[in-house]
Design a protein. Structure first.
Length: 397
């Protein structure tokens, strides 16, 4: 499904020609500039509306199928008792911004970020770095507390299902804060006041776009040239690396040399679809950006989302940070996942490994779902249900 298909579905029409007729445009069935402009609000989940005589938040909410609370949240500086004709406000639509039933791409992620920032102005976002192929690695931030936690996803390209997992959690959390309701049985506003959440939902946008079909033809050819030396790895479904052929979760300074020895012995001694550790620790922009971010925000706890296996890894070598095992057991109880030691063959140079080594604090790799990556979206609802408790509890520990 393309972004256009998503917008049409949200608009409740079958095809582009029907949408154009609905909007009073020439029904060419072609996506021209005017049509794109009309489609965009359905992707972002809101529109900018100019107040008319007689308008009130109640009437606007009825007209757009949304709620007064949603309009108030999106317009914190606008008094509903002092509306001015000609003034523009943000009107959220009555559906979630984050889709969970279509493959994610870097472009869809940016659309979701823009939509969430408009709905929930207490969210902030910035670009950590731009990849060698000019895609942003984005960070979202939410909360006021002094303690910080850092969640990340999609270090590995074919594990992109973890990106909508974090984005849906962020949207649900933001909505609960705005409404004053609970999140996994905990008061969302209390979580917001006590904890600062940093969320990097797609560490590897270049690789994700390759796997989900959004890479350019030239980028696909570059990846195919790398993959040609590893014919046993399915293309592109077996691709975990960035488009430089470096496995980002093997690029951190946590016994990197051991990871290099392990992977070279398996034949991954050059750029590859997976398991190539790079030429040196942190020689990729994406891993360097995560390293620098972690140093900056000094998190109390980190969660790194991967797939698959329904398992939680909590140690690095024999380092057992204080409280890490007890917290991990709580995560295991609320998710039904197993708490296990990291296998030796994959136990070096990962983000979680480096965080534990550098900080001696709780850091976890959470492997979601069952099967072979990329996991089908039919698993998403089950994955989200099992991980909501981990993601919410992480804000309290």
């Amino acid at each position: 499904m393309t972004l256009t298909d998503l917008a049409l579905r949200r608009a409740g029409v079958q095809n582009l020609e029907a949408f154009q007729q609905q909007k009073g445009l020439s029904p060419t069935g072609q996506e021209d500039t005017l049509t794109t402009q009309q489609l965009l609000p359905y992707l972002l989940g809101y529109e900018r509306y100019m107040l008319q005589p007689g308008d009130s938040f109640y009437r606007i909410a009825r007209r757009f199928g949304t709620s007064i609370d949603a309009i108030r949240t999106a317009n914190p500086t606008v008094s509903p008792l002092r509306l001015t004709v000609g003034q523009y406000i943000t009107v959220p639509y009555g559906f979630p911004v984050v889709p969970t039933d279509i493959p994610f791409t870097s472009e869809l992620l940016q659309v979701c970020i823009r939509g969430l920032l408009a709905r929930y102005p207490f969210l902030t976002s910035r670009t950590l770095t731009t990849t060698d192929y000019q895609r942003p690695v984005s960070l979202l931030q939410m909360g006021k507390g002094n303690r910080s936690v850092l969640y990340n996803a999609s270090h590995h390209a074919n594990e992109w299902i973890t990106t909508p997992l974090l984005m849906k959690f962020l949207e649900d959390y933001a909505e609960a804060v705005s409404r004053g309701t609970s999140l996994f049985g905990m008061d969302a506003r209390t979580l917001f006041e006590r904890t600062q959440l940093y969320l990097a939902p797609m560490v590897n946008p270049d690789g994700v776009d390759l796997v989900t079909g959004a890479a350019s033809a030239q980028e696909v050819r570059i990846a195919q040239d790398i993959a040609a030396f590893f014919p046993s790895i399915p293309f592109p479904d077996g691709w975990k690396a960035n488009l430089n052929g470096t496995d980002l979760n093997l690029n951190y300074p946590a016994r990197w040399e051991q990871a290099q020895e392990n992977k070279f012995a398996l034949g991954f001694d050059r750029p590859a679809p997976r398991d190539f550790v790079g030429l040196a620790p942190l020689d990729q922009k994406e891993s360097r950006a995560m390293y620098d971010l972690t140093r900056l925000v000094n998190p109390r706890l980190t969660l790194s989302y991967h797939s698959q296996g329904e398992v939680i890894y909590w140690k690095f070598l024999d380092i057992e940070p204080p409280e890490a095992e007890s917290i991990g057991r709580r995560f295991a109880r609320v998710s039904g996942y197993l708490l296990e030691d990291t296998p030796f063959a994959s136990g070096f140079a990962g983000y979680k490994d480096w965080f534990i080594l550098a900080y001696n604090r709780p850091g976890y790799t959470v492997e979601v779902g069952m099967g072979q990556s990329p996991l089908p979206l039919s698993q998403f609802d089950d994955i989200y249900e099992k991980n909501l408790g981990i993601l919410a509890l992480g804000l309290t520990l």
